[in-house]
Design a protein around this ligand. Structure first.
Ligand SMILES: Nc1nc2c(ncn2[C@@H]2O[C@H](COP(=O)(O)OP(=O)(O)OP(=O)(O)O)[C@@H](O)[C@H]2O)c(=O)[nH]1
Ligand SMILES: [Mg+2]
Length: 522
């Protein structure tokens, strides 16, 4: 009997879950992931024989089984192992059935694995560190020519560091290509003969339309255990030296003599005053964190500015000091820690359960070609299609992965993908009319949308009752479904259009209604 059950289960797994037949993977270590996703336990064959005999005994006597494992069907898998099927499999008329929702949860793991895949070509949320370029150093030089052995100071200023600029681009639909650290190039140092350094090149980062940029707090540094925080009196001198080394460029062999002179002291005071002023300006706006919602094409914003270039030695020329032998170094560029979130902008958003036919519908109405397959979670990334009308009017439609009950608890793909339809003017609910209870699907969608963002169900919407070509079921379901829609609070006036996306029936009615709704909501 178990052999026949095994054969049927095998067939079922093959058909529904698209797994390789298990007897091709006889080793225990290869079976483990399989068992984990199927919610099975692996046991050595010897133990299984004992359990089998126990269970057969208990079957004979009709007595209550003693141990927990004896209650469950046992399948031989491979040469040395057997699988005990746990709670999500029920045996009915000698047939093993997987509970659909539990099967989806089991599939969840493999989907999460797919989503974590580093080669995946889609990301809608990233953390980035953005740094402006460092300014170039000023130069200490003096004009020299034949018969002019001691000319005036002629060191050029350093160039400023490059900025980081974010620009919206219609050619980009994902954030996956954005580097985690973006750094503009540094400015060039100044040279003799009053040659100023070149400014660093700005970095232009193209981001998709609908990107929301938020500044976040810098990551906290972990405390070191050494006696770093302790105060040493001799440290002050070292710190001052370090500070000076980071700020000043000296003429060769004047590194020690310069700090002792009064001109240097005055110059240092002047630079400190300037720095204090810049720090004040920075801190004034520091509590205002950067927030940008890039929703118009070719919109550009400077996100971090490059540091200022250092001043050459002519900058410190005074009536008293005719040959300043010092210049300043360039400043560090601005640093910002940002999160980038993509909230796709489309006129209409398709919302539905997995396998309802959203991608088929998008293919039928627009120029997009998302993957279509008869298993749940075929679509893992949002897809945007454009509907072209005869009078050149265009309308964009977003297809997102399917939602299931408990998506707000991150079951299935969660409902983070709803951010891609959150900005849609109109919602198109795609319901599988040939399903067992389409009104239940409808309730799940409403529930999940409300849990994602309260008030979302109040948006103008249209219901596409798909798979109407499966007439025997669809015909009986349609009136009941329409009744349940009319009974729900926010949808009394919502139109239900029976459609066959696969065979492109009644599509024109949907596109016409969609256009009317989008134009009305503008
Ligand atoms: N008979 C019939 N089958 C359809 C129709 N529309 C879609 N299907 C089938 O339903 C299955 C699922 O279609 P998809 O378009 O991939 O469904 P989906 O909602 O995008 O699914 P996910 O991306 O997994 O959320 C496919 O096998 C389609 O061929 C229809 O109008 N009639
Ligand atoms: Mg799809």
């Amino acid at each position: 009997m178990w052999r026949s059950i095994f054969a049927r289960f095998h067939q079922h797994v093959d058909q529904r879950m698209r797994l390789r037949p298990i007897h091709f993977v006889p080793h225990r270590w290869r079976l483990l992931p399989w068992a984990r996703t199927r919610n099975c336990a692996l046991l050595p064959l010897s133990l299984s024989r004992t359990i089998n005999s126990q269970s057969s005994e208990s079957d004979d006597t009709n007595a209550e089984p003693e141990s927990d494992s004896t209650q469950k069907p046992i399948l031989p898998v491979g040469e040395h192992d057997v699988a005990i099927i746990k709670d999500d499999v029920t045996v009915e008329n000698d047939t093993l059935l997987l509970d659909s929702e539990k099967a989806l949860q089991a599939r969840n793991k493999s989907i999460q694995y797919k989503l974590r895949d580093k080669t995946r070509q889609f990301a809608d949320f990233v953390w980035v560190t953005v740094k402006g370029g460092r300014g170039g150093d000023g130069c200490v030089a003096f004009f020299r020519e034949k018969f002019i052995p001691k000319g005036p100071p002629s060191g050029g200023n350093g160039g400023r560091g490059g900025d980081v600029i974010f620009v919206t681009s219609a050619n980009h639909t994902s954030l996956h290509s954005i580097p985690r650290t973006i750094r503009a190039s540094d400015g060039e140092s100044g040279k003799g003969h009053h040659k100023h350094g070149h400014a660093g090149k700005d970095i232009i980062v193209p981001v998709p339309l609908g990107t929301v940029i938020r500044e976040v707090d810098p990551p906290t540094k972990t405390k070191r255990n050494d006696d770093e925080g302790e105060h040493h009196p001799e440290d002050e001198q070292t710190m001052l030296e370090k500070k000076r080394a980071a700020l000043w460029v000296h003429y060769p062999r004047y590194e020690e003599a310069n700090p002792l002179g009064s001109y240097f002291f005055e110059a240092e005071k002047m630079v400190e005053r300037e720095q204090r002023y810049h720090r004040y300006l920075r801190e004034k706006g520091a509590d205002r964190k950067l927030f940008l919602d890039l929703s118009t094409p070719a919109e550009q914003h400077i996100v971090t500015k490059g540091g200022m270039g250092g001043k050459g030695n002519p900058h410190f020329l005074t009536s008293e000091n005719r040959s300043p032998k010092f210049a300043t170094r360039g400043q560090e560029g601005q640093v910002r820690y940002l999160t980038l979130e993509l909230k796709t902008i489309a006129d209409a958003g398709l919302v539905g359960l997995p396998n309802a036919g959203k991608s088929t519908f998008l293919t039928a109405v627009s120029n997009a070609h998302p993957k279509i397959a008869p298993y749940p979670f075929t679509t893992l990334n949002p897809f945007i299609g454009t509907i072209d009308y005869r009078d050149r009017f265009q309308l964009t439609v977003a297809d997102i992965p399917g939602l299931i009950r408990g998506a707000h608890k991150n079951i299935g793909l969660g409902h983070s993908f709803l951010r891609h339809v959150e900005r849609s003017k109109v919602f198109v609910y795609v319901i599988d009319l040939a399903g067992e209870r389409p009104w239940d699907d409808w309730n799940i969608l409403q529930e999940e949308l409300e849990k994602y963002l309260p008030g979302l169900t109040k948006r103008p919407s249209l219901i596409v009752a798909n798979k109407a070509d499966i007439t025997d079921v669809a015909k009986s379901n349609l009136p009941l479904f329409e009744e349940s829609v009319k009974a729900s609070t926010n949808y009394e006036d919502t139109i239900v259009v029976p459609v066959s996306a696969k065979y492109r029936k009644n599509i024109l009615k949907v596109t016409t209604l969609l256009r009317q709704m989008v134009e009305k909501s503008c």
